[in-house]
Design a protein around this ligand. Structure first.
Ligand code: ARG
Length: 292
């Protein structure tokens, strides 16, 4: 009798790491303008449903033992629920966003005030950047997206602000206009714990990137999970990982299976209403690193 192939594959043991997140209740959520291809102001939105779906994500983070801070939603800023765009935070320092579109520009001072009031050092930006929507910390390195929102100049700026290497990646499909819609960091700082160089594994949607960026990703992350177009198209990659638990959309069936095979624990949360604004799980979640 032959041994099933899976029996020979070693699945690494994964550890959940404590997270501190910033979220914003979607009290004023609606779609009354369009700044990405998902947003269709003619279609009705249901704010109560958005709130109920968002609450499930919030409750889940607490159940998993994470901390969640809240910023007050501003009337007239329906996209403020997507706090990932509210900054990029490492070691207690918050790089404040400079939103590309006027519709969101009034959010930036509110996020800056929140950071100051909560003990973070703030760095005001000179360049257009949309925070953790386009900057993801993978191990020691900042992966930075451009093409639709954050500019290439902001990649230089974020590197200077944090004194870290920045890997610039170019997005080419308008549906995946922020880096966090096409790429997810799965592990916190894997290598360091094993005594090796800091590295982290990722999952991504190859077709969302130009060819040069695809080559960089393949070289840097040979073990990455490559997600199917189908799972990418339901915002499967717009997920939040603590190194073990990975919160994903229930529609990303293939990705769910891939995660399980790699020893992660996928947990599904449906944010279908918030997808009408072009955002998902990760968009509603800003990681707060340091300052406590
Ligand atoms: N409607 C918002 C916008 O277009 C959605 C932002 C989604 N955020 C994200 N991190 N991908 O700006």
């Amino acid at each position: 009798m032959s041994t099933p192939e899976t029996a020979t594959v070693t699945v690494p043991a994964r550890t959940a790491h404590h997270r501190r997140y910033l979220m914003c209740r979607p009290e004023h959520f609606t779609v009354n303008y369009s700044i990405n291809p998902w947003m269709e102001p003619a279609n009705p939105t249901d704010t109560a449903k958005a709130l109920a779906q968002w609450q499930k994500l919030y409750d889940l983070y607490l159940e998993l033992g994470h901390e969640v801070e809240l910023i007050d939603p501003l009337d007239g800023y329906p996209d403020m629920v997507y706090t990932a765009n509210g900054g990029f935070v490492i070691d207690g320092r918050a790089y404040v966003p400079e939103f590309r579109f006027v519709e969101r520009q009034g959010e930036a001072p509110a996020f800056a005030d929140w950071f100051r009031a909560n003990g973070f050092d703030t760095v005001m930006p000179e360049e257009v950047n949309e925070g953790e929507g386009d900057f993801l910390l993978a191990g020691d390195v900042i992966l930075a997206g451009t093409g639709f929102r954050s500019t290439g100049d902001s990649h230089r700026e974020v590197g200077e602000v944090f004194g870290r290497e920045v890997v610039s990646l170019t997005l080419v499909d308008p549906r995946f206009y922020h880096l966090d819609t096409a790429l997810a960091v799965l592990d916190p700082v894997v290598g360091v714990e094993n005594g090796g160089p800091a590295a982290a594994n990722i999952a991504y949607l190859p077709h969302a990137f130009d060819e040069a960026s695809q080559r960089i990703l393949a070289e840097r992350f040979p073990d990455a999970i490559l997600v199917s177009d189908e799972d990418g198209a339901v915002f499967g990659l717009n997920s939040a990982s603590d190194g073990y638990n990975v919160i994903i959309s229930p529609r990303a069936k293939g990705f769910e299976k891939q995660l399980r095979e790699r020893g992660y624990n996928p947990i599904t949360v449906d944010l279908s209403e918030l997808l009408l604004g072009g955002g998902g799980i990760k968009c509603c979640t800003l990681e707060l690193r340091g300052a406590k």
